[in-house]
Design a protein around this ligand. Structure first.
Ligand SMILES: CC(=O)N[C@H]1[C@@H](OP(=O)(O)OP(=O)(O)OC[C@H]2O[C@@H](n3ccc(=O)[nH]c3=O)[C@H](O)[C@@H]2O)O[C@H](CO)[C@@H](O)[C@@H]1O[C@H](C)C(=O)N[C@@H](C)C(=O)N[C@H](CCC(=O)O)C(=O)O
Ligand SMILES: Nc1ncnc2c1ncn2[C@@H]1O[C@H](COP(=O)(O)OP(=O)(O)OP(=O)(O)O)[C@@H](O)[C@H]1O
Ligand SMILES: N[C@H](CCC[C@H](N)C(=O)O)C(=O)O
Ligand SMILES: [Mg+2]
Length: 484
């Protein structure tokens, strides 16, 4: 391609600029190569402008930069724009040129990974070629890649969307993290529908206030989703109302789901041990759904997913019938096994206050004995959540074991102390493997264990080294090797 092919996105300047060849794009000078467009982005740690000369020296054919970026003299054209991240996202979409025709993006503090997985499964159940993209990676027919970011950066994202489209995927569901929305990672994606699950405390190390965090999420509804497109919003959250109001004001079609939902209304929910039975009303008719997953919150996620499937053309009967076959996303209230006395052991990704609260509340109805929880908090992340999570665990579990969860550059004992400050009864076992074994040894008939915080993760990051570690594996070994 040539710069002139980016008309409408990038300023073209004179004829000589228009004919500049574009062989790729990047925002990282270390990945710059001959013929690449380099976007100089202001980041949280560095300023891309200071790497523009490096990128040019590596052969970058032009630099996308903010109007006020100080770049000095460069031997290549400089394309000044108001919002370089937005321009990069649109340019990446144009460069790769293809995406699955129907795409839905899901935001919210908790439940995104589960909803995109459920939506993919519903579409697939309806016979469509479907994919999901998010925290646990990319899943599509014949493809299952482990992921790193919840919302990939725009260049990686549009390369991926092109690969999926080329492989015949027509429907894709993706997670929209607040970082991703704020950093314009999805600005180039053409969306057919968007979903909202809930809002709680998260990423307070990145967003100055919870209102700012909510604003980042609202971009999905008032900026990225086209006018007249459907927004499926969970109706039973404290932040449902302002989200509905923003989507309405922006001219989107609002479809609410949940106990207070107008589109899909949850009329009744009965819990069994590892499943739940729901009565759902749609357009005056009642549907009985047997969801093969534990946890009220999974019903909420299933409703958002069913709403999105219906908003993208799937019949109510088909979408609701598909719920009966759903598999949970890996590491989301994932039943890994039971002790010989029948106590279930779940691995769950709750690493923020509301998620921990929800998961502990979810298992209470079918726990006749004690609820035991093993958890920690990540290093180099929001410190404010540590005592809050300590308090929640103390209030909602009978036995609390505080351990390590990716201490990163922090001193692990200090992180634990900050949790323990508000969890006086807790047992402290830094070594996560030992903590899991000890918890399993404590289980008796009727008890339930939740190992929270890592979910699908396959490593424990201490300092800058990630050691192989899987809660699933540790639980399995402890259950088969040692469980009473
Ligand atoms: C805090 C954060 O969101 N950082 C993301 C952000 O980086 P940044 O812009 O802040 O980068 P920076 O280090 O300040 O550098 C600024 C610019 O200079 C460039 N640079 C830097 C060094 C150099 O030698 N040459 C060079 O060109 C960088 O490539 C960058 O463009 O933009 C990058 C490109 O899109 C992301 O890879 C990077 O994600 C980092 C790896 C990360 O850990 N992000 C996490 C926090 C994240 O995004 N999480 C969310 C939510 C997770 C959840 O679900 O809870 C996610 O969507 O995954
Ligand atoms: N609808 C929900 N309401 C409250 N808690 C939930 C909900 N769905 C999931 N959770 C809790 O949050 C954890 C993470 O769920 P999930 O991975 O689906 O969310 P996510 O939004 O993708 O999270 P992340 O941003 O960390 O990737 C689950 O393991 C569970 O503990
Ligand atoms: N995407 C989140 C995941 C956190 C998971 C938890 N295990 C931790 O390390 O804090 C983050 O990187 O902040
Ligand atoms: Mg996720």
């Amino acid at each position: 391609m040539h710069l002139k092919d980016f008309a409408g996105i990038l300023p073209l300047g004179d004829g000589s600029t228009a004919s500049v060849e574009v062989l790729g794009l990047t925002a990282d000078s270390r990945a710059a190569a001959p013929g690449f467009l380099f976007a100089a982005l202001t980041g949280t740690k560095a300023d891309g402008a200071s790497y523009a000369a490096d990128a040019a020296a590596k052969g970058a054919s032009a630099i996308i930069a903010a109007r006020n970026a100080a770049l000095g003299d460069l031997p290549v054209p400089i394309l000044r724009v108001d919002d370089p991240r937005h321009a990069l996202a649109l340019a990446a979409a144009r460069f790769y040129g293809a995406q699955p025709a129907t795409m839905a993006a899901v935001t919210g503090t908790s439940g995104k990974t589960s909803v995109v997985s459920f939506l993919r499964q519903i579409w697939a159940h309806a016979g469509l070629q479907a994919a999901s993209i998010g925290t646990t990676g990319v899943v599509a027919p014949g493809r299952d890649d482990y992921g790193t970011l919840t919302t990939p950066d725009p260049v990686a994202l549009h390369l991926l969307l092109k690969e999926l489209a080329d492989a015949g995927v027509t429907h894709a569901a993706m997670e929209a993290s607040s970082h991703g929305l704020d950093q314009r990672r999805l600005d180039g994606v053409k969306l057919s529908a968007a979903g909202f699950t809930n809002l709680g405390r998260d990423h307070m190390d990145y967003h100055p206030t919870v209102e700012d965090y909510h604003r980042a999420k609202l971009r999905l509804f008032d900026t990225l989703l086209p006018k007249g497109a459907p927004a499926v919003i969970f109706a039973d959250d404290a932040w449902s109302e302002p989200t509905v109001a923003a989507a309405n004001k922006a001219g989107r079609i609002v479809l609410t789901v949940g106990r207070n939902g107008d589109f899909l209304r949850l009329k009744r929910l009965e819990h069994e041990r590892h499943r739940q039975r729901a009565e759902i009303e749609f357009s005056g008719a009642l549907y009985e759904v047997d969801l093969p997953l534990a946890g009220d919150f999974q019903m909420s996620n299933a409703l958002v997913a069913a709403g999105l499937a219906m908003a993208t053309g799937i019949k109510a009967e088909t979408a609701l019938a598909a719920l009966e076959h759903l598999k949970g996303a890996p590491g989301r209230l994932d039943l890994v096994g039971t002790t010989r006395s029948g106590a279930p052991v779940y691995v769950d990704y709750a690493h923020k206050p509301e998620a921990l609260e929800n998961v502990l509340l979810s298992v209470r109805p079918f726990t006749t004995g004690k609820v035991v929880v093993v958890f920690g908090c990540g290093g180099d992340r929001d410190k404010g959540k540590r005592p809050i999570m300590g308090g929640i665990a103390t209030r909602l579990a009978d036995i609390v074991i505080v351990t390590d969860d990716n201490p990163r550059s922090e001193v692990p004992a200090t992180i634990r102390a900050e949790i323990l400050a508000n969890a006086p009864r807790a047992i402290e076992i830094g070594d996560r493997r030992e903590a899991i074994r000890h918890a399993i040894d404590l289980l008796g008939a009727g008890d339930t264990l939740i190992v929270a915080g890592k979910g699908h993760e396959e490593g424990q990051t201490v300092g800058s080294v990630t050691h192989p570690f899987s809660d699933h594996h540790e639980v399995r070994v402890a259950l088969t090797g040692r469980a009473a």
